[in-house]
Write a protein that binds this ligand. Structure first.
Ligand SMILES: *[C@@H]1O[C@H](CO)[C@@H](O)[C@H](O)[C@H]1NC(C)=O
Ligand SMILES: *[C@@H]1O[C@H](CO)[C@@H](O)[C@H](O)[C@H]1NC(C)=O
Ligand SMILES: *[C@@H]1O[C@H](CO)[C@@H](O)[C@H](O)[C@H]1NC(C)=O
Ligand SMILES: *[C@@H]1O[C@H](CO)[C@@H](O)[C@H](O)[C@H]1NC(C)=O
Ligand SMILES: *[C@@H]1O[C@H](CO)[C@@H](O)[C@H](O)[C@H]1NC(C)=O
Length: 556
């Protein structure tokens, strides 16, 4: 262990004096590494006869099944915590006097989901079924697990920048002090697909969902239909969820996997941007990007100068340093640990959390309440939810629903006690805008040049990896009177275990500490919301985005 005195005396001089002797970077610095598994040519069928499966081998022993669990109603505290095992992030360098600073909770959409408790303003309830109520139905909408960076994003650009500096003729690239580790660093991340930890998140969610809600399986008369989209990480998200929920190999025969095409021009409520041209053009698509450079320049200006003293041969900019912050999150969820995390202070992480590239500002202005196409993009899922709640097949297809799939009860069943749909972070942001969860937008529009003191819109609570929005349909006593045995149906929404107040929705205005709204009133409110959103105009019309953007309801 380094004596404290030595640390204290070393720190200030390291900051002030010229950087200590720099170490030259190896020529492979920043090069991209990739793995190939299974080994080429090796196939599962090659020795199949030597590896008979369990039913051929036999001797299963006794297999009584027990009853389905329903921890959501029976456990004293049903808020099963999301676990980040085996990821490690530094925690010892954040020393402010406020509440403990958990780094992984400040990575916006790049951090793992966790239980947010009373974050949305209802601290006196829990995911557990409220006393006296019975669970009737549950609707799960969840984001894929942790993935590598999307194609061509900042981390790979950072690696390419270093690699080109390392390999150019007469390279002067060298690192010292806290950046010393870069002398031998290579880029080990892939792109787009789930990381091993991401697979575990989906599996854990499946296990937790079975423990909490398994009892509802008793109400199925057909195999469940669970939905996802066609991208690799989306398919595998649902598969890993199913392994957790049903177990292996039962998952192979326990449900129908509905894979909705996610590609240009296709209608897909779980990937709606492809069917909403204005979301990707100058009208709606660029608002987040337009504000983007500014905040990064502001909060990373001094950081960039500080880190530049430890590197020669390459010019750092706020945008490059921003990529290094992203690298911390991405390497952690992919490789388990990242040396980039230790480079930044708590304040710099708070700046990152608020930043735009993919985070708060980008979500607010790009996919949330501040975007003119957000409500339109989310409305198709709301229509599907209303169809499921009212057990009525949709007949009008003028938004982003796929009318071929959604007009048949085989591909769009209406009698499932459990629904499960996998989607993306941006889509969850659009859907909660379409659902009119206005309490999350209470402090909008978000300033682009500073972090507001009072803030209600946090992407780490809305759309982290494996984020999940759960609608519980409950039957509860119509009144508190003990002798009154009349019951009514209610609905409430838990976003990462936090109950969301529904008071911004027409007919749900009466505050309820458990977040409950009368079922019929909610349905009426959503029908009005559907009528309020002009899909054709918001997604297809030619209009200009307001400057500054003061939109707070996700509509033009
Ligand atoms: C097990 O193997 C046998 C023989 O190859 C095959 O007929 C059967 O479908 C397999 N069962 C499972 C559950 O894979
Ligand atoms: C709807 O889904 C079906 C089945 O995948 C597909 O063939 C069809 O092209 C989709 N339609 C649209 C408009 O996306
Ligand atoms: C962001 O910075 C650019 C370049 O300095 C500037 O032109 C633009 O107006 C700024 N955007 C906002 C919203 O202030
Ligand atoms: C796809 O969406 C468009 C635009 O809303 C709609 O006109 C069309 O009917 C939809 N197609 C299907 C198959 O649902
Ligand atoms: C949705 O919220 C807006 C405020 O952002 C409100 O004006 C509108 O009435 C709400 N609509 C419904 C149907 O709840």
């Amino acid at each position: 262990m380094v004596p404290l005195l030595l640390l204290l005396s070393a720190l200030p001089s390291a900051l002030a004096a010229p950087a200590p002797p720099a170490s030259a970077a190896a020529p492979y610095v920043g090069s991209t590494q990739s793995a190939v598994f299974p080994p080429p040519g090796a196939t599962i069928t090659e020795y199949a006869s030597l590896f008979p499966n369990a039913s051929v081998v036999g001797f299963l022993g006794p297999t009584p099944t027990g009853a389905e669990a329903q921890a959501i109603a029976t456990a004293p505290v049903a808020a099963l915590r999301f676990d980040t095992y085996p990821l490690v992030a530094p925690s010892n360098q954040y020393t402010t006097s406020g509440p403990a600073f958990d780094l992984m909770h400040h990575w916006g959409n790049l951090g793992p989901a966790y239980s947010v408790g009373g974050a949305f303003g209802l601290p006196n309830t829990s995911p557990q079924v409220p006393a006296g109520c019975e669970l009737e139905q549950v609707h799960l909408l969840f984001r894929h697990g942790a993935r590598y960076p999307t194609s061509g994003s900042q981390p790979s650009e950072f690696a390419a920048l270093l690699h080109s500096a390392a390999t150019e003729r007469n390279s002067r690239l060298s690192f010292s002090g806290p950046l010393e580790f870069l002398s031998t660093w290579t880029y080990k991340l892939g792109a787009e697909i789930l990381t091993p930890f991401g697979r575990k998140q989906c599996l854990d969610l499946g296990v937790a969902f079975r423990v909490k809600y398994g009892e509802l399986l008793n109400g199925f008369t057909e195999l469940p239909v669970f939905r996802t989209t066609s991208e690799d990480r989306m398919q595998k998200t649902l598969l890993n969820f199913a392994v957790g929920f049903f177990g292996a190999p039962e998952y192979l025969t326990a449900y129908h996997e509905e894979i909705i095409i996610e590609s240009g021009g296709y209608n897909n409520t779980l990937a709606p941007s492809n069917a909403c041209p204005d979301s990707g053009n100058a009208v709606g698509g660029n608002i987040g990007g337009w504000t983007s450079g500014n905040w990064t320049e502001i909060y990373l200006k001094e950081t960039t100068a500080r880190l530049q003293q430890y590197v020669t041969g390459v010019q750092l900019t706020p945008s490059v340093v921003y990529g290094m912050q992203q690298m911390c999150a991405y390497e952690t969820v992919a490789l388990g640990y990242s040396s980039f995390c230790e480079l930044f202070t708590e304040e710099e992480w708070r700046g990152f959390e608020y930043s735009i590239g993919e985070y708060h500002l980008s979500f607010w202005y790009g996919n949330g309440p501040g975007n003119p196409t957000a409500a339109a993009m989310g409305i198709g899922y709301v229509q599907e939810l209303v169809a499921r709640l009212t057990k009525t097949l949709p007949t009008k297809f003028d938004t982003n629903m796929n009318g071929t799939l959604d007009s048949s009860t085989i591909t769009f069943p209406l009698n499932q006690p459990i629904y499960a749909d996998a989607t993306h972070d941006t889509v969850i942001a659009s859907i909660i805008t379409a659902l009119n969860f206005t309490t999350l937008a209470a402090n909008g529009p978000l300033p682009i040049d500073h972090i507001p003191v009072y803030q209600t819109y946090h992407v780490n609570e809305i759309a982290p990896f494996s984020s999940n929005l759960v609608a519980q349909v409950l039957s509860c006593p119509a009144s508190a009177a003990a002798h009154d045995s009349k019951t009514e149906s209610y609905i409430r929404f838990l976003l990462n275990d936090g109950a969301v107040p529904l008071t911004g929705i027409a007919h749900c205005e009466t505050p309820n500490e458990d977040g409950l709204c009368l079922f019929d009133n909610f349905v009426k409110g959503m029908q009005e919301r559907i009528a309020e959103v002009n899909y054709a105009y918001d997604c297809y019309a030619s209009y200009s985005a307001p400057t500054p953007d003061n939109i707070i309801d996700g509509q033009v």
